[in-house]
Design a protein around this ligand. Structure first.
Ligand code: AOF
Ligand code: ZN
Length: 350
């Protein structure tokens, strides 16, 4: 029970790395001595120190000369198996062994090739007691992007759209009309700060001229992705404004022009979702939100290439227009916003 509580704290800490550590996992670490938390840390930024290093450092700076003795009697809680490899930083398992900690309590084992049980093995071989699987489900939910990337060699794919109460996605004439309200828009901007990339198709770029930025929320802008087979979207549109990196998948050229990266692909009329997903994997993009249009969303749905769908339903009806995409899987969350409803679906890939 106390193990669960400390692991819960690890998860809170880990989540603070959201949006800044990808494609690495979010990891939190708590160090406990004699029923008291003596240090905490988390993986703050991609390429920087791991959670365990920051937690050990926090003990050293708080307790100075006493730190060594306190650590030698400590239990280290960490939401992911301590690493065993020399990556951008030396192995965390070695660090814990060097400080001779008594016990290590772990949430998930790390499926990454360089670790994958080797961290646990190192700790055990050094005589440290190891407990695994604490709050395992919560830990893997937090790092669902990381686990999906490693297991399936593709990013975690989130679909997002808004529809009217009677199931329409866009009006008959192609003029842009907002379906969902202000609160929904803010939430979408928050979501954009949490994922590596946001993707739209040509129709959406032409109809809405979107910026795809997170300007209504504090945080980083995602990489913008556009599928534009024949390069029909005007270079005067917002996606060409160089404000953030934009990648345009097309059949014409590979080139870099300012902040716009063109990636040429073969035959984009067949297996497009599969090809895009693998390309994003190669680009180290661990998660993507697909924001439209209906054609692109439907292609990913038909291919079964999605993990989560976030659907806003407005109160009003239209009676005609382009039908919204349809999915038949289980709902995990229902939320009432000011004007809209938000439903989140999870694809269980069965
Ligand atoms: C840990 N603690 O806080 C994190 C871990 O390139 P590097 O050196 O940063 O290593 C990245 C890999 O290390 C990543 O793929 C994952 O397996 C693990 N991340 N491990 O012990 C941490 N963030
Ligand atoms: Zn590490």
């Amino acid at each position: 029970m106390t193990d669960d509580l400390y692991m819960q704290r690890c998860l809170e800490l880990a989540a603070m790395g959201m949006g800044n550590v990808s494609p690495n996992p979010m990891v939190g670490c708590v160090i406990v001595n004699n029923g008291k938390i003596i240090g905490e840390g988390y993986h703050v930024k991609f390429g920087d120190a791991h959670a365990e290093v920051n937690a050990i450092n926090s003990v050293c700076s708080a307790y100075g000369d006493q730190a060594a003795e306190l650590l030698a009697n400590a239990t280290v809680y960490v939401s992911l198996e301590p690493c065993a490899h020399f990556g951008k930083t030396p192995p965390c398992a070695d660090l814990l062994i060097r400080h001779q900690v008594k016990k290590v309590v772990i949430g998930n084992t790390d499926p990454f090739d360089g670790v994958n049980g080797k961290g646990i093995e190192k700790l055990k071989n050094a005589g440290i007691e190891v407990v695994t699987g604490i709050l395992e489900q919560q830990c893997s939910r937090l790092n669902r992007r990381f686990f999906t990337r490693i297991a399936l060699q593709r990013p975690y794919i989130i679909l997002k759209w808004a529809e009217t109460a009677d199931g329409y996605f866009a009006p008959k004439n192609s003029l842009q009309q907002w379906i969902s309200g202000a609160l929904a828009k803010k939430l979408v901007h928050k979501w954009r700060t949490e994922e590596d990339a946001v993707l739209v198709g040509k129709q959406t770029a032409l109809a809405d001229n979107p910026r795809l930025s997170a300007r209504e929320w504090e945080g980083k802008n995602p990489i913008r992705l556009l599928i534009d087979r024949k390069l029909e979207v005007s270079t005067g549109s917002h996606l060409y404004d160089n404000q953030t990196k934009t990648v345009i998948f097309n059949e014409i050229k590979t080139a870099v022009e300012g902040n716009v990266h063109f990636i040429q692909m073969e035959d984009m009329q067949h297996y497009l979702p599969q090809k895009i997903a693998f390309q994003l994997y190669l680009m180290d993009i661990a998660s993507v939100i697909i924001e439209g249009g209906a054609n692109i969303l439907n292609q990913f749905i038909s291919a079964g290439l999605w993990d989560e769908a976030r659907v806003f339903t407005a109160a009003h009806t239209w009676n005609e227009g382009l039908a919204a995409p349809k999915i038949q899987v289980h709902v995990i969350e229902h939320l009432d916003l000011d004007k809209d409803k938000l439903t989140i679906y999870q694809n269980n890939h069965s």
